[in-house]
Every structure is written in structure tokens, then in C-alpha cells.
Ligand binder design. Structure first.
Ligand SMILES: O=C(O)CCC(=O)C(=O)O
Ligand SMILES: [Fe+2]
Length: 260
């Protein structure tokens, strides 16, 4: 958290060296969500990093602040182990072998978004991040311990605040777990609101299937005689579709239902 904040406190000309609005770049500082596609911008800056395998990406990470690489690398390793354990527990919970989902997802990529939401003079007019679901498999969120902002949609009707708790992480299931489980698990709609009084930081770690992974409902989880809710696709196809859209639209998975 502290090193993330320190990064965003650097002078603009230092940060500008990392700026890019090209989603395929493996390290970039950007703003809003997808400035190339959206017509209304959001009140967020973010640093996006690829994190696995570490030795491939760390050399290109910021070396200012000085402690950035070391602190973030250690966190990335720990959070990956936790994510893989959770995928094992989710597999078991679905009645599958413990390593089932991990095997389907292949050698998973790991991305990080360090989200910085500055104080906003008119918070009613914007979002930090508008309503979206995460396109990957599993997201682990480390949130600012002092400032609320994350909200999740309950039963499709009511937004509830997920307030930070000391030493807690928030885990969001992403679109790929909804697809694999044939809709038994839902990829949660969530958004981040901003406020006039305090800046806020969150660190999202995304476990992402490898690009060539073929994702579709697990046969065992489709009822006898039923059609699977989603068709099979490669994660590469899904991810490209996700980034070709604006955030505030329908669930991206809707575009992959039935034989469509
Ligand atoms: O800032 C937050 O709490 C949410 C961040 C988020 O949803 C994301 O980075 O995908
Ligand atoms: Fe998200």
C-alpha cells in the first residue's frame, strides 16, 4: 500500500515516462479505464504490471520508489500461492479434482493494477471505476485500510459497500469461473466510488488463464440433457473482446452464451 502511494506521489514528469493507453502493454500507467474506447472518463489513475514469471517482468518495473520492486515482488509471490489454493478449494467445492481448474487454466498469467483514486470535488458525477465484472478467473484485492470505495451488486438490485477490514483481502470471482462452472458461480458486478475528502488506493491481483486455455462449462457441471450455458472459447478471444468494449456495458460473458 505505502509503496503504491509513494509511486503516485512522484512528480508527474517522472510518472509520464510510463504512460500508455495501449491495453496490451505489459507495464503501463494509465487513467480511467480504456481511454481509447470510452466517451466518459473515470476518476482513476492506475499502474498495470505483468507479474508472472517475475524474473521476466521485474526488470521493467519502476525503480522509483527504490523499494518498489522488492516489496511488490514479495507480495506477488504470496498472493499467487493464495490464489492457487483458492482455485483448489473452488474445484473441490464444485465436486471436481483439486487441481482441475488449475489444469484447465494452464500456466496462468498474473497481472496487477495499482489503482489510485484522487480526492474528487464532485463525487456524485463520476466513478473511480464504473460497474464491471473482472474478465479473468480470480481477483484478490488489497484495499486501503482507511477509505471505503468498493461496492458489489447484490441480487442484481442493491449496491452494498465492502468496507475495508484490518488485514483482510477481498476475493472476487471473475468471468472465467462463471463460465467453467456453467453459471453456478457468479462473476460479481462491482464498482469503485470516489469521495471528496480522501484519496484512496487499491491493489488488484488478477490470476488470468493462459491465452491458449480453452474455457467452457465443465461437462460434469452441465445437467443431464441440458445444453451448456456458454460455448467454449480461448481466453485470448475473450480478453480481446473485453478490451474492445467500454466498461459500462452488459456482462461480456453474455456474448459467449449458447452457440453464439
Ligand atoms: O478499487 C477497488 O476496490 C476495485 C478495483 C477493481 O475492481 C479492479 O481493479 O478491477
Ligand atoms: Fe474489478
Amino acid at each position: 500500500m505505502a509503496v503504491g502511494l509513494e509511486f503516485f506521489r512522484l512528480p508527474p514528469e517522472e510518472k509520464a515516462k510510463l504512460y500508455s493507453d495501449e491495453p496490451s502493454k505489459k507495464i503501463r500507467l494509465s487513467t480511467s479505464f480504456n481511454v481509447r474506447k470510452e466517451t466518459v472518463h473515470n476518476w482513476r489513475d492506475y499502474l498495470r504490471l505483468h507479474c508472472h514469471p517475475l524474473e521476466e517482468f521485474v526488470p521493467d518495473w519502476p525503480s522509483n520508489p527504490e523499494t518498489f520492486k522488492e516489496i511488490i515482488s514479495t507480495y506477488c509471490c504470496e498472493v499467487r500461492l493464495l490464489g492457487l489454493r483458492l482455485l483448489g478449494a473452488i474445484s473441490l467445492g464444485l465436486g471436481l479434482e483439486e487441481d482441475y481448474i488449475e489444469n484447465v487454466l494452464g500456466e496462468q498469467e498474473q497481472h496487477m493494477a495499482v489503482n489510485y483514486y484522487p480526492r474528487c470535488p464532485k463525487p456524485d458525477l463520476t466513478y473511480g471505476l464504473p460497474k464491471h465484472t473482472d474478465p479473468n478467473a480470480l481477483t484478490i484485492l488489497l484495499m486501503d485500510p482507511h477509505v471505503s470505495g468498493l461496492q458489489v451488486l447484490k441480487d442484481g438490485a442493491q449496491w452494498i459497500a465492502v468496507d475495508p477490514r484490518p488485514n483482510a483481502l477481498v476475493v472476487n470471482l471473475g468471468d472465467q469461473l462463471q463460465a467453467l462452472s456453467n453459471g453456478a458461480y457468479k462473476s460479481v458486478w462491482h464498482r469503485a466510488v470516489v469521495n471528496a475528502a480522501r484519496e484512496r488506493l487499491s491493489v488488484a491481483s488478477f490470476l488470468c488463464p493462459c491465452n491458449s486455455a480453452v474455457i467452457g462449462p465443465v461437462a460434469k457441471l452441465v445437467g443431464d440433457g441440458d445444453e451448456p450455458v456458454y460455448r467454449s472459447y480461448t481466453y485470448d478471444e475473450y480478453y480481446k473482446k473485453f478490451w474492445s468494449r467500454n466498461l459500462d456495458q452488459d456482462h461480456c460473458l453474455e456474448l459467449f452464451t449458447g452457440q453464439k
